[in-house]
Design a protein around this ligand. Structure first.
Ligand code: GDP
Ligand code: CA
Length: 319
């Protein structure tokens, strides 16, 4: 797909990011949309390459995501998982039968020499994602989030799923990040963008790896587009997951202000929830515009409404 100017670029992790990405997908109209997705959660299990955040974005945009969990495929069954467990295989990371097909096919294509970006494009086409939208893995290079806890260094999924993010987080590192580069497709999209949106994803482990890649900071500072973020922290808490605990243990304010502070070097605008209206002033003092609105996406209508507000807000900003 040719990259046209006037396009919308979003950065996303998994469940939180995918919801706004879905709204943007519906509201971008004739504009191209590129969703740059975190791959530092990727890992291998049962000999298969699993890309949790990519799959969440893919399934959500394709309209097949499980609406209850936000991840996995709606109506999926778990016969393979049960049979695997019977044979002594791991069953702490839930994978549905249809979901397994994604990982089997991805692993096969990667072994054949395809890049993760190519495989993701193939899957998007196969699942009927509009061809004006590109779901782009942040990099084709291997990057893995490691979480340092009191029990030692854990790989991300062991921390997040197996131990249900109960451990205190002492530090987070992205193994492989020094050698990894932002995917060229993502870089081009950022350069040509008219709006760049950081979705309400975990700032440390979902957006953090994208920002840490060689090439991202340069691409953001040379981009002409306004860059806006939607806070995943509302009223001092994450709606789901460990973002609040992670921010706290890494010494950040656990608030939309804390998130805006992390992004302050490149952000033109911050979108915060009505519940955090009192933070509009301190965030404004960081040198960015602020939109206060309802940022909780309960329904698909909420996703589209928030996406429209974010696009209008960004459209009125200048770099
Ligand atoms: P993960 O990779 O599946 O953990 O998902 P993300 O990193 O993309 O998103 C996790 C974050 O999304 C959490 O910090 C949540 O607080 C946030 N989140 C989830 N749903 C919403 C929502 O409807 N609105 C906002 N503002 N944040 C949300
Ligand atoms: Ca994730």
């Amino acid at each position: 797909m040719e990259i046209k100017s006037g396009s919308v670029v979003a950065m996303a992790g998994g469940v939180g990011g995918a919801k706004l990405a879905h709204g943007l997908y519906a509201q971008a109209n004739d504009r191209d949309l590129t969703v740059i997705v975190n791959t530092a959660d990727d890992f291998e299990l049962h000999g298969l390459h699993i890309s949790p955040d990519l799959d969440t974005v893919l399934y959500t945009l394709a309209g097949v995501a499980n609406p209850e969990t936000g991840w996995g495929i709606a109506g999926d069954t778990f016969a393979t998982m049960s049979a695997l467990a019977r044979l002594g295989g791991a069953d702490w990371f839930r994978l549905g039968d249809q979901d397994f097909a994604t990982h089997i096919r991805r692993t096969q294509r990667l072994r054949e020499g395809a890049t993760l970006g190519e495989v993701t494009a193939e899957f998007s086409r196969a699942l009927g994602v509009l061809d004006t939208t590109a779901i782009v893995p942040m990099t084709d290079d291997p990057v893995a989030t490691l979480v340092e806890t009191d029990d030692g260094l854990l790989d991300f999924q062991s921390y997040f799923v197996r131990r249900q993010h109960a451990d205190r987080v002492l530090s987070v590192r992205f193994s492989g990040i020094e050698a990894a580069t932002l995917a060229p497709r993502a870089k081009q999209a950022l350069t040509a963008a008219s709006v760049i949106v950081l979705c309400p994803s975990n700032p440390i482990v979902s957006i953090g790896p994208i920002l840490a890649l060689s090439g991202t900071t340069d691409a953001l500072s040379s981009a002409n587009a306004p860059i806006v973020a939607v806070s995943p922290i509302i009223g001092g808490q994450a709606l789901k997951g460990p973002a609040d605990h992670m921010l706290a243990s890494l010494g950040h304010h656990v608030s939309a202000l804390g998130v805006a502070t992390i992004y302050r070097h490149f952000l033109s605008g911050m979108v915060i929830d009505d519940a955090d209206a009192h933070l509009a002033r301190p965030i404004g003092r960081l040198g960015m515009s602020v939109l206060v609105t309802d940022t909780i996406m309960r329904s698909e209508l909420d996703r589209r409404r928030l996406a429209t507000e974010v696009l209008e807000f960004a459209g009125a900003l200048r770099r």
